[in-house]
Every structure is written in structure tokens, then in C-alpha cells.
Design a binder for this molecule. Structure first.
Ligand SMILES: Nc1ncnc2c1ncn2[C@@H]1O[C@H](COP(=O)(O)OP(=O)(O)OP(=O)(O)O)[C@@H](O)[C@H]1O
Length: 545
């Protein structure tokens, strides 16, 4: 009989529980709770057994609306062990989007805190598909079986994880929906396993490290990598509004060695730390992703860190992570200056194990891969990747899948990132913005990041966003500008003149003559950092008329 390899993403946790049983896996300061690796492994065993008793078993799609804390970790690994399929959706995406995601995902089980159950009932989430309900941190009045009862029923069970295969579906992760409706990326046990290995190799993460995650989904990698996750008290749906002192206190108190934060969170924390001379000498690295991290933020972060520590900005997406990575030393020493000259943002070299190609820009599906597709170095096109960390399809979204994947008999498939960029002659990738955000005027195509990079060099500018008004082919480019918070409104006219002067230095910014000042750009809910250029374009259109 042929041997089928068992790949279950809960395995690294069990392995860590064997290697370092008494090391804390989760520290939850707000409730003064700690779970060691042994306890987390045992707790997820007992929950897996309990969940099976109520019908949450191999293949059961289960919406998981539980904020970061010991329960989320134990439940996630319990679901993996049972071979069930957790569905992760950002709670901040709004009731309507949530309803749409749940309609796409068709989960039959729903595990949530009481607040999530109230919203579920109020907005009719998952009405057509849900049959099993579980409540975390509440009694039966919320409409589900309390988690405590499930844990009790599974207590003492010796649970054997489901013998899942590499290509068996492990989870559904929804994108943040910054270019349309959020889409559910299908993750297999193989996708997760590849990601864990790649992150470990890329950043040299060792068991015993202390992680301070401020982004829920990334936090779940910590136990698999053998790191202790210290969960900060914060509103995870608003990382850009975090209390910086609290983050700094926790990092210091628990001697965090690594931290994951969105560019918006780092901006806030580093500003606060630098003005007060606060340092985090124990941190070895900060990892930030989701949107470009401005050079000024990187610079401030390095002031907070010791000399041998670095800030890394992996590039990737929900569908493919990580694709590449670069460190602050290379950015501040070289590539940041080129970003200011309009060359795009350097996101580093492809990680080991990923194949990357730049293909011609097109909004149409590509039915099959062919060797003539890749463009030569320096040419801007769509970033396309293939590798074990890339998800194959979106759940129940054939059209979106057709638009984003290119079948390739040799490799299986390629994923189109929906991002534009080029590769330089040393193999580094330069990100030039999202494909959907490019602006096509009567005479040229403009890419957002290379244009904005030039204007962002003005010291009084916090960020800029290039948007297009009108139909593609005859769009008018407009530069929206958000100033640093302390800049007086009266200075706007002077700044406008200075920006025009800066723009006149480069061929691709020379013709941009419409500048609008905006008080605070609309941004995404997950990272609070991706600029919603579609919304800004509507605002700009209104302003112009
Ligand atoms: N290091 C980085 N530098 C610049 N941009 C980045 C970086 N990392 C990620 N991004 C941007 O974030 C995108 C991935 O975001 P995410 O997966 O959260 O959802 P989304 O793609 O914004 O959602 P949707 O596909 O629904 O619009 C990438 O395609 C890229 O545009």
C-alpha cells in the first residue's frame, strides 16, 4: 500500500511540548494567566476531543470569532488536531462584509464570544449554514454550548490528531478586502507547514524566544515556532490607535525578543518611545507587513532598538506569505534613498523556495502559464509567485480564482499578487503599488508608489496617495496629501509650491499638478496602514466638482 505522509499543522506544537514542556507558550497578562507548552498541547487535545463529541470533526468548517488569548490558541490547535477547518475573518470588517464572508465560507459551526453571538443573531450571519454553536466565556443564554462544558467532556481524553495530508484543507483566511470584497484563501496543512519553515529560516527564530504579537493571525505562528507569545492588552481591530506605553511596558517586562506590528502601530509606538528616550534593548527584531513602512518610521524604530537589532519588512499577502523580505539596514543604507527618487519600494529578494516572475499587466484571466510570460529585469509588471506557501484558490469564488491563479502543468499553479513591481539586476523586487490602483491617463500609465515616494520626501508630509479621477485611459492624476499632525493649515500653500518643485525633478512626477490636502486618509481595518485609494478617489472627485 502506498505510504501517505501525514502533515498536520498542530504537530509542531506537540513537538515543542515535548522539547520544552514547562516553557510558557502563552502569557496573558491582563488575566494573569500563563499556559506552558505542555498545558497548551493538553488543553487543545481535550478541546479537540470535546469538539468531536459535538460534531466538530474532520472537515467541519468553523467560524472562529474569538479575540487573541489562551482560548483562541487552544481552540485553533484543537480544530487543527480534529482536522476541522477554522475560518478566520477580521472582526473589524463590518457587519455586512462579515455576513458576506460567512455566506462564502458556509461554515456549519460557529465559535465566538458572547458579543459575536449577539451580532450573529442580530445580523443573521451564517443563517443558512450554521448548525453547531459554541460560546467562549459565557453561558447557554448566548445560544451556544459553553466552551467550559466542551473542555469538561473532553477532559482526560488521549487524542490522536487527524491523519491529514499535505493537500488537505486546514483553514480559510479572509483577505482584508482593500481592493473589493474580502476573499477566503484556502490554506492546506502543507501551506501552513511551509510558512512556518520559511519564517523560521528567514528570521532565524529559535525555540525559547519571546514574541510580542500585535496582529492576531501572526500570533498563531508563535507556538509552532516554539516562541512564548505574550498577548498585549489592546484593541486588535485598531492597531493604529494602540496605547504605546502599554506595548513598551509589556515588551520590557517580559523581555520580548521579537515583535510583529503593522506599520501604523510601529509609527505610533516609535514616535512615543523616541520622544521619551525609551529603548527596548532586548528586542532582536521587529517584523512589519501589510503596507509599506515609511523610512521615517524605520529610522525611529532603529533608535528604539540596540545596534544589532533590525526591522524586517516581509512582503506577501494572505494568499502567499512570505514572498520576500528586506531589513532596515539595507533600506536605510541604500534603497530608501532610491524610493525617494521614485524607483518604488524595495521589498528584498524572494525567499528560498518561492519562484517569482513579473508578467505583463492585464486585468484579464490567464488560462495557462507559458514560458514567454515573464518580463525582463527592470520592466514593471504584475508580481506572480509559485511555491508551497501559496494558496491555490479562493473558497466559493470561481471568478476571483480565475483572475488570480494561472494553471501551470509543471508547477501546479501561479498566484497573481495583484501588485505591480519589477526585479532589478541583483534580483531584488521593487514594489510599485497595487494593480487596481494604477492610473492610466491619455498619454501614460502611472504607478502609485513610485510617484508617492517622491512627494513623501517632504519633511512636513506624513503620506501621500495618488488617485485617478475619470475613466481609465483618460484619468486625471491627483495627489492627495496628509500632512504631519503638527503642521499648521496655513502652511498648505507654501507646501503645495514646494511639492510642485519636488515633483518637477522627475519625468514621472513632473506633470502632476493637482494637489489636494486631506485631514486623515481612510485606511484598512487590519493594519490601519493600507490607504483606501478608491475612497480617496471619490473624495477627490467630489472636491474637484
Ligand atoms: N512589505 C510590504 N510592502 C508593501 N506592501 C505590502 C507589503 N506587504 C504586503 N503589502 C501589501 O499588502 C497586500 C496584501 O494584503 P492582505 O493580504 O492583507 O489583503 P489585501 O490584498 O489588501 O486584500 P484584498 O485582496 O481583499 O484587497 C499585498 O498584496 C501588498 O499590496
Amino acid at each position: 500500500m502506498p505510504h501517505t505522509e501525514i502533515v498536520n499543522i498542530s504537530r509542531p506544537l506537540t513537538e515543542m511540548a515535548r522539547l520544552q514542556p514547562d516553557t510558557p507558550a502563552i502569557i496573558f497578562p491582563q488575566d494573569n494567566r500563563t499556559l506552558t507548552f505542555r498545558e497548551l498541547d493538553a488543553e487543545s487535545d481535550c478541546l479537540a476531543a470535546g469538539l468531536e463529541h459535538i460534531g466538530i470533526t474532520r472537515g467541519t468548517k468553523t467560524a472562529l470569532l474569538v479575540p487573541p488569548g489562551p482560548e483562541l490558541f487552544a481552540l485553533t490547535f484543537a480544530l487543527f488536531k480534529a482536522g476541522a477547518v477554522p475560518v478566520f475573518i477580521d472582526p473589524g470588517i463590518g457587519a455586512r462584509n462579515m455576513k458576506g464572508c460567512l455566506a462564502d465560507a458556509e461554515p456549519t459551526a460557529f465559535i465566538g464570544i458572547p458579543k459575536a453571538h449577539v451580532a450573529r443573531r442580530l445580523f443573521g450571519w451564517g443563517k443558512k449554514s450554521l448548525t453547531t454553536l459554541v460560546t467562549v466565556g459565557g453561558g447557554r443564554i448566548w445560544g451556544g454550548i459553553p466552551l467550559a462544558e466542551i473542555a469538561k467532556s473532553g477532559r482526560g481524553a488521549d487524542f490522536t490528531p487527524a491523519a491529514t495530508g499535505r493537500n488537505e484543507i486546514a483553514a480559510i483566511l479572509f483577505t482584508s478586502g482593500s481592493t473589493g470584497a474580502p476573499k477566503g484563501a484556502i490554506y492546506t496543512h502543507g501551506t501552513f507547514s511551509a510558512q512556518v519553515e520559511m519564517l523560521r529560516n528567514l528570521y532565524g527564530i529559535r525555540p525559547g524566544e519571546i514574541d510580542l504579537p500585535t496582529f492576531p493571525l501572526f500570533a498563531l505562528f508563535a507556538p509552532a515556532l516554539g516562541m512564548t507569545a505574550v498577548i498585549p492588552q489592546m484593541d486588535f481591530t485598531r492597531p493604529g490607535h494602540v496605547n504605546p506605553q502599554r506595548i513598551l511596558d509589556i515588551a520590557t517586562k517580559y523581555r520580548a525578543t521579537t515583535m510583529f506590528g503593522s506599520p501604523a502601530l510601529l509609527n505610533r509606538v516609535s514616535r512615543y518611545a523616541v520622544t521619551r528616550g525609551i529603548k527596548l534593548p532586548g528586542l532582536k527584531r521587529i517584523i512589519s507587513a501589510g503596507a509599506p513602512v515609511p523610512a521615517a518610521v524605520l529610522e525611529r524604530c532603529t533608535q528604539m532598538l540596540s545596534d544589532n537589532a533590525e526591522i524586517f519588512t516581509p512582503y506577501g499577502a494572505t494568499e502567499a506569505l512570505p514572498v520576500s523580505s528586506i531589513g532596515s539596514r539595507e533600506i536605510l543604507g541604500e534603497t530608501g534613498r532610491l524610493t525617494g527618487e521614485g524607483r518604488g519600494i524595495c521589498v528584498g529578494r524572494p525567499v528560498k523556495g518561492v519562484s517569482l516572475a513579473i508578467i505583463p499587466i492585464s486585468d484579464d484571466p490567464i488560462v495557462s502559464w507559458n514560458a514567454d510570460l515573464p518580463l525582463p529585469v527592470w520592466q514593471v509588471g504584475e508580481i506572480t509567485v509559485s511555491g508551497p506557501q501559496v494558496s491555490r484558490a479562493y473558497l466559493n469564488r470561481l471568478e476571483a480564482t480565475r483572475l488570480a491563479k494561472i494553471p501551470d502543468p509543471a508547477r501546479g499553479f501561479w498566484h497573481r499578487m495583484g501588485d505591480l513591481g519589477y526585479v532589478d539586476n541583483t534580483g531584488r523586487i521593487w514594489f510599485c503599488g497595487r494593480k487596481a490602483h494604477r492610473i492610466v491617463t491619455a498619454t501614460e500609465t502611472l504607478f502609485t508608489i513610485p510617484v508617492e515616494g517622491v512627494f513623501n520626501t517632504h519633511p512636513k508630509v506624513f503620506r501621500t496617495a495618488l488617485v485617478g479621477v475619470g475613466k481609465q485611459g483618460s484619468q486625471q492624476p491627483i495627489l492627495c496629501v496628509e500632512l504631519e499632525s503638527k503642521v499648521d493649515k496655513a502652511a498648505q500653500e507654501q507646501i503645495r509650491r514646494e511639492l510642485m518643485e519636488i515633483g518637477s525633478r522627475y519625468p514621472h512626477t513632473r506633470d502632476i499638478d493637482k494637489i489636494l490636502f486631506h485631514p486623515a486618509f481612510p485606511v484598512d481595518i487590519r493594519h490601519n496602514a493600507k490607504i483606501f485609494r478608491e475612497k480617496l478617489a471619490l473624495w477627490a472627485e467630489g472636491k474637484l466638482s
